[in-house]
Write a protein that binds this ligand. Structure first.
Ligand code: MSP
Length: 732
């Protein structure tokens, strides 16, 4: 049997699910369903990447152990996938892979050992010990990336920490390296021999020029004392495996590679059956998949993947990448609340020209739902079926027009045979399948919608309601409705992987037996709908969305969410920096806050060791932070100069505060229900002064005031001073 193995990236288990997770998983789910229809045995992997500094930090902030934290995020992710019909129960992914699975530890260690035991294409050792160098800020206890440092103030000086404004130290740490630099020729030969290895072409060209420019060795371990929440390096307990090295291997350990335990649990050798697989991913993590991973596979002597396919990113209307911090990302719960799963799936696959970035907002989804789904497909189904019930009492009419009635039919614009229509359908089917093969999902759908428009026009031109008035035109009327209904049968099969629910509903409304899920589009033949069979009840597919009403509801939800964030911003014990949107996960960062870690290269400064890890606390015992962690927070005395309510907000007050700087700061706080603004003027408060500014209700808040949170409802009581203190004095 033909097999098809498709993977999404495994998502970082430090943040709640977002649009990027949803999108790639929908694409994987679509491909799996399409290939199954075409007779492939399929295996679809998604999952979570659960190691590394960022996860360790996020869990410490949330007061959880790393394992508790990743379990929590995985629970949320699985719930979201279920809500969007992407889980196993709905016919979606076959495995939810987690890198904390013991069998993955076994497989990853085996992979390391094999790579270590084999030479590079240039005959040297694949893995060697060296020193990882980077710019380190001692008070932050972290290495800083290029993007995270300020330029040196003097020629030849060290760059500065943006938080402490002090020069960074050049620090080096023992590390194992993977000799990626020996793989340039082997990789170029691979890309050359397999032109479809990296898709789309533009991405392939990017990767080729990157590799031609030369590759540097990659640091693939950190000292355990720097990064403890990771897989131990086999044979060297002082080191842990770099998370990208560990994460990429998941694509094969999930299938049982490198672990007898996993093989036994699976009951069959899925690696032998399904590998090589096709990797779907966003263009931001193409290098890891198209350069590092193939080189790793060459090193360990494992077959290359079937392909690496990179999609673009979802942007807001101004072209910025959707981000929770900027407040410009679509929220999955909001999407789910206001749109059907099928409408969202259709939108994602239709709107983005696969491979390119795409702008999105809620209005764009409403517009597409109304035009393509409600007025397009939904309308064609309902008018066809309604007329079938009205004129033929719910029975499929015969398709043929007799010799005697040909001329009459012709006058109504209906050819005597359905040749033209059936040929068009075949063409559209072929285009659909080919476009899916080419990852041009938007084009596949364009082709299908071209057919919808055509049949719609055919009905409008033939005017069945007029034909119904004349007994003479009975055959023409039959032929028109048969053709429309038969087209819908084809569309239900083609569109099943895009909109499983709705395709099933069309199938049932047509009175068909079985399931479009198991119907191979390539085997569709004109005439499958049998005259004389009873059709089902008409049931609406895609109700029209009232744009004004829905947008008002969505905006209200957004405003409420922002208010909640503002409320949280005054309760320091629960505040977690940038990520107050995620009320349910105190301490979990937003998706965009934690960028995927890039493979660090020798001499580069990308990986970040963790601060000394927070002690894993038993239940009921506080998690400790170190003094280095604490001094990252800059607390200052601030005097309230002015205070007023923020218009249209019940909760927010807007202050100007003197924190001993040349200009007063504007700070917002969600305490309006508990404090009269005028009574606060002149009060000296505790201000968090190095918090990244953020906009609330159109006002930038340049810090945060501290307050105790009292009782169950969290009544704020502002922290203040019993003695006089100068503005700007630092709290230590
Ligand atoms: N853990 C790594 C992947 C390891 S795979 C061996 C990772 N995780 S991630 O959670 O940060 O990102 C997962 C995917 O989400 C990536 O493919 C990324 O491209 C995608 N997206 C994140 N934001 C996105 C958009 N705004 N739009 C579309 N997809 C984007 O990277």
């Amino acid at each position: 049997m033909k097999t098809f193995y498709v993977t999404t990236p495994i998502y970082y288990a430090n943040s709640l699910p977002h649009m990027g997770h949803l999108y790639t998983t929908v694409v994987g789910d679509f491909l799996k369903r399409h290939k199954r229809q075409r007779g492939y045995e399929t295996y679809f992997l998604t999952g979570t990447d659960e190691h590394g500094t960022n996860i360790e930090r996020a869990s410490a902030r949330a007061g959880r152990t790393p394992k508790e934290h990743v379990d929590y995020i995985v629970g949320e992710l699985k719930q979201m996938f279920a809500a969007f019909g992407l889980d196993t129960a709905h016919g979606g992914f076959d495995v939810f892979m987690r890198t904390t699975e013991p069998f993955h530890y076994e497989g990853a260690a085996e992979f390391w050992r094999r790579a270590a035991a084999r030479p590079t294409p240039k005959g040297r050792e694949n893995i060697y010990k060296g020193f990882y160098e980077g710019w380190f800020c001692a008070p932050c206890a972290t290495f800083k990336t290029e993007a995270e440092m300020l330029p040196a103030t003097e020629e030849g000086g060290s760059p500065l920490c943006p938080i402490h404004e002090r020069p960074l130290d050049r620090v080096s740490e023992e590390s194992y390296f993977f000799r990626l630099s020996d793989y340039d020729e082997a990789l170029l030969a691979l890309y050359d021999s397999r032109p479809d290895f990296i898709r789309p072409d533009a991405r392939r060209n990017e990767v080729i020029s990157l590799v031609r420019g030369g590759l540097e060795d990659v640091s693939i371990s950190r000292l355990k004392s720097s990064v403890s929440w990771a897989i131990p390096v086999p044979g060297d307990p002082n080191h842990t495996v770099y998370i990208w090295f560990d994460a990429l291997i998941n694509y094969i350990t999930a299938l049982g590679w490198g672990s007898e335990n996993r093989k036994a649990a699976l009951g069959e050798d899925l690696f032998a059956k399904f590998w090589p697989g096709l990797h779907l991913l966003g263009k931001d993590i193409l290098r890891q998949h198209a350069v590092l991973w193939p080189a790793m596979l060459l090193a360990a002597g494992v077959e290359q993947p079937a392909g690496v396919v990179a999609h673009g990113l979802w942007l807001d209307q101004t072209g910025r990448k959707g981000s929770k911090t900027l407040g410009n990302a679509l929220e999955l719960p909001t999407l789910r609340r206001h749109f059907s799963v099928d409408a969202v799936r259709y939108f994602l696959l239709r709107e983005m020209s696969f491979g390119q970035d795409c702008k999105v907002d809620y209005e764009a989804i409403i517009a597409r739902s109304n035009s393509d789904l409600a007025s397009g497909l939904g309308n064609l189904v309902s008018r066809t079926l309604t007329m079938m019930h009205k004129y033929f009492e719910g029975v499929v009419p015969p398709p043929d027009i007799s010799e005697a009635k040909r001329l009459l039919a012709k006058r109504a614009g209906v050819d005597s045979d359905a040749q033209e229509l059936s040929s068009s359908l075949e063409l559209v089917r072929d285009q659909f399948v080919q476009n899916v093969e080419d990852f041009a999902f938007h084009r596949a759908l364009e082709a299908a919608w071209g057919m919808i428009a055509r049949v719609d026009k055919f009905i409008s031109d033939a005017k069945p309601w007029e034909l119904a008035k004349s007994e003479e035109q009975r055959e023409t009327l039959c032929a028109v409705l048969y053709r429309s209904a038969e087209t819908l049968r084809w569309l239900a099969v083609l569109l099943y992987p895009v909109m499983p629910e709705s395709a099933g509903s069309i199938w049932r409304q047509l009175g068909l037996e079985g399931d479009p899920a198991t119907f191979d589009p390539n085997e569709l033949k004109w005439g499958g709908l049998r005259a004389g069979e009873r059709v089902g009840e008409v049931s609406p597919l895609f109700p029209r969305i009232d744009k004004v009403k829905t947008m008002a509801e969505i905006e209200k939800e957004i405003a409420q969410r922002k208010e909640t964030e503002a409320g949280q911003a005054t309760t320091p014990a629960e505040h977690s920096g940038e990520h107050a949107t995620q009320a349910a996960v105190p301490g979990a960062p937003t998706a965009d806050e934690v960028k995927p870690e890039q493979p660090p290269q020798q001499g580069a400064t990308e990986a970040q060791p963790a601060p000394p890890p927070a002690a894993a606390a038993p239940e009921g015992v506080a998690t400790y932070i170190t003094i280095e962690d604490f001094i990252k927070v800059e607390l200052k005395v601030g005097e309230v100069l002015t205070a007023e309510r923020v218009p249209k907000s019940d909760k927010l007050l807007r202050f100007t505060v003197d924190v001993g700087e040349p200009e007063p700061r504007q700070i917002l706080a969600g305490i309006a229900e508990h404090y009269e603004p005028e009574k606060l003027v002149g009060r000296k408060l505790v201000i968090v002064s190095n918090l990244k500014p953020r906009k609330l209700r159109g006002f930038e808040s340049q810090g945060m005031v501290l307050a105790a949170s009292i009782g169950e409802e969290g009544r704020p009581v502002l922290a203040t001073f019993a003695e006089d203190v100068p503005n700007g004095a630092r709290l230590k």
